[in-house]
Design a protein around this ligand. Structure first.
Ligand SMILES: NC(=O)c1ccc[n+]([C@@H]2O[C@H](COP(=O)([O-])OP(=O)(O)OC[C@H]3O[C@@H](n4cnc5c(N)ncnc54)[C@H](OP(=O)(O)O)[C@@H]3O)[C@@H](O)[C@H]2O)c1
Length: 255
């Protein structure tokens, strides 16, 4: 099952997994796009669901419960918002928590309930390189992705503690060419070309990492370096750099 399969990284997962011979269940709100993709793949089950709505989330959870042979769950559906927390509409921040946190929690739990007794399967949570730090204007995004990393790491410890071979992964991509930035109304022009990755390469890195049992997968050498620097730099230095960048962004916005 791939959530957020109607576009971007989720659609790339669907194409790659179909190529590898998986039977797919594709989940997203835009059913027309899911059906189009299912047609392109030569058939796949499609579930139209808004995972921020209780009724829809429960329906997808129930579908997982009725698929005891589920091999892989990719919790990929997600979005970003723009704006300082006290100015950005609350609705978007709440929906982001529903989608990144509650849907990930509920669907992962539903999948593991069958995978663990069967001693087989895996869950990939599509987080972000943003999980390793904070960036003003994206506070809830960074926080929810940090939750995904912590959740996935905790589960990995539980699974290993229980002697289960079921694997979990937090996939942490950097800038990837998808509809993500258009949806959040962010101008891509300001970001240098060498920072952009292809969704297909992100998916390759993820599935390679899953085979090797890697808990955190950060695709691309540049982003691996970014994460190492984030970890090595003292908190005061990171905070000073981020506040400086934030002040500059604020002044530019106001100009
Ligand atoms: N692109 C990047 O630079 C980047 C970097 C790091 C991490 N990520 C993460 O990668 C994941 C995929 O994003 P993407 O880059 O592929 O962006 P995208 O092309 O905008 O795809 C987002 C997907 O999420 C689905 N979705 C959004 N809200 C949903 C909801 N309420 N219920 C169900 N599905 C929903 C969308 O489908 P519908 O609109 O049809 O529902 C779409 O299929 C996200 O979790 C994102 O945070 C992206």
């Amino acid at each position: 099952m791939v959530t957020g399969a109607s576009s971007g990284i989720g659609a790339a997962f669907a194409r790659r997994l179909a190529h590898d011979g998986f039977q797919l269940i594709l989940v997203a709100r835009r059913h027309d796009l899911l059906q189009q993709l299912a047609g392109e793949l030569g058939g796949a089950e499609t579930l139209a669901a808004d995972l921020t709505l209780e009724e829809d989330l429960a329906r997808v959870e129930a579908r997982i419960a009725s698929a005891p042979e589920l091999e892989l769950l990719v919790n990929n559906a997600g979005f970003g918002t723009k704006g300082w927390l006290w100015e950005a509409p609350l609705d978007g921040q709440e929906r982001m928590h529903q989608l990144h946190v509650m849907a990930t929690l509920r669907l992962t739990r539903a999948a593991l309930a069958a995978m663990v007794p069967r001693a087989r399967g895996g869950v990939i949570n599509v987080s972000s390189v943003a999980a390793f730090g904070q960036s003003p204007g994206n506070v809830a995004y960074c926080a929810t992705k940090a939750w995904m990393n912590s959740f996935t790491e905790g589960l990995d410890l539980e699974l290993r503690g229980a002697g289960s071979p079921v694997r979990v992964q937090a996939l942490c991509p950097g800038f990837t060419v998808t509809a993500f930035h258009d949806t959040m109304g962010m101008n891509r022009q300001g970001i240098p070309a060498w920072l952009w990755m292809r969704a297909e390469d992100v998916v390759d890195a993820s599935l390679r990492g899953l085979e090797r049992g890697k808990l955190f997968v950060v695709p691309g050498a540049v982003y691996k370096l970014v994460v190492i620097l984030e970890k090595l730099a003292p908190r005061w230095l990171r905070s000073a750099a981020v506040v400086r960048a934030a002040r500059h962004a604020r002044r530019t916005e106001e100009a």
